[in-house]
Design a protein around this ligand. Structure first.
Ligand code: ATP
Length: 328
């Protein structure tokens, strides 16, 4: 290993995700293992601009592998979108003798990291941490598996009340641009229909399908709706529309909201975060930059940040078919 770097900066940025702490722990302990210092940067890029830095050691990350959120805090920083803001960030890193940066976040955070690398020739390695799973170059982002389990558990509970009252529930889950959570949690929770941004089912087909379910003897139904679905109505308008057209159903809406981001990370996310954290440190010490670590076919791999941002991580169409077959 080259090991020309002496101090690595670490930050979490964008939306928080369960497992970010496990990734922080992995990065900090790998730095200790390889005899380099790790500087924690609080509140993402905004904290970097404001110089909110603190040296971390292996003991700073005791007992956090099981905690949701991020001990480094996260933030969205408009100032970092400006060249002047990024220059301040660079000056703070230089002043603190930090010579490499590991960014845990989503595609926005990687876009910022890529610009920073280009402008200042500063080594940047990304670790994908977002519940949305919408990043190219990894089968799974840190936090996604935990969010899926949280959503499935919530829908299981909603189903109990739906079936007791013959209700039709629309359950809105996170996913403005990507339907991974809706599709996988929908199949896992046995939803009758799943509406995702990648596929427009259409209002008529939705009604037909719900009517068919009713005729086949179902007394309650769950429809999982991703925030960004393309059917043309928000979840409340959708409920009103179905209510008008299917008066026999008592239609309700449940928006799961931010609870999907919280909670203890699943074992899968902890292991993923540990593997990606170790690899990120090894790569930056090896002189690699402008790349993201990810997991593909259970192997830790790297992807250029630009490709990770611009590439398209497609949904698995087979799951749509499985969902259709299961709702007969
Ligand atoms: P999530 O997927 O959870 O929303 P994210 O990393 O995509 O996470 P964003 O809010 O898009 O979250 O980005 C996080 C931060 O990265 C922004 O607040 C900003 O500071 C920085 N960033 C995003 N896009 C750019 C850009 N085009 N140029 C510079 N910095 C950017």
């Amino acid at each position: 290993m080259g090991k020309s770097l002496k101090r690595i900066g670490l930050l979490t940025s964008g939306g928080d995700a369960p497992g970010m702490n496990a990734a922080i722990r992995a990065v900090v302990r790998s730095c200790t293992f390889y005899n380099v210092e790790c500087v924690g940067i609080y509140r993402g890029y905004q904290g970097l601009i404001e110089g909110d830095l603190m040296l971390l050691n292996a003991r700073s990350v005791n007992n956090i592998i099981n905690k949701g959120g991020t001990i480094l805090k996260s933030a969205r920083s408009n100032e970092f979108r400006t060249k002047a803001g990024r220059k301040k960030a660079y000056e703070n890193l230089k002043e603190a003798n930090v010579d490499g940066l590991i960014v845990i976040g989503g595609d926005g955070s990687f876009t910022g990291g890529m610009k920073f690398n280009k402008e200042f020739n500063f080594p940047v390695v990304g670790i994908p941490g977002t519940i949305d799973n919408d990043i190219y170059g990894t089968n799974f982002t840190i936090g996604y598996d935990t969010a899926l389990n949280t959503v499935v558990e919530a829908i299981d509970k909603i189903r109990d009340t739906a079936s007791s009252h013959n209700r039709l529930f629309f359950v809105e889950v996170m996913g403005r641009d990507a339907g991974f959570i809706a599709l996988n949690a929908g199949v896992g929770a046995g939803a009758e229909e799943i509406l995702i941004p990648e596929e427009n089912l259409g209002l008529e087909r939705l009604l037909d399908s719900l009517k068919r379910s009713k005729r086949s003897g179902k007394s309650s139904s769950i429809v999982v709706v991703a925030e960004g679905d393309k059917i043309g109505k928000n979840v409340f308008e959708l409920a009103d529309y179905v209510n008008e057209n299917m008066p026999e159903y008592d239609v309700r809406v449940s928006v799961l909201g931010h609870m999907q981001r919280g909670g203890a990370p699943s074992c899968f996310d902890r292991v993923l975060a540990s593997r990606l954290g170790v690899k990120a440190v090894e790569l930056i010490l090896d002189g690699k930059t402008n790349i993201m670590v990810g997991l593909v076919n259970n192997e830790v791999v790297t992807t250029d940040l630009e490709k990770a941002i611009k590439g398209h991580h497609s949904i698995n169409k087979e799951l749509l078919k499985v969902s259709d077959i299961m709702s007969t």
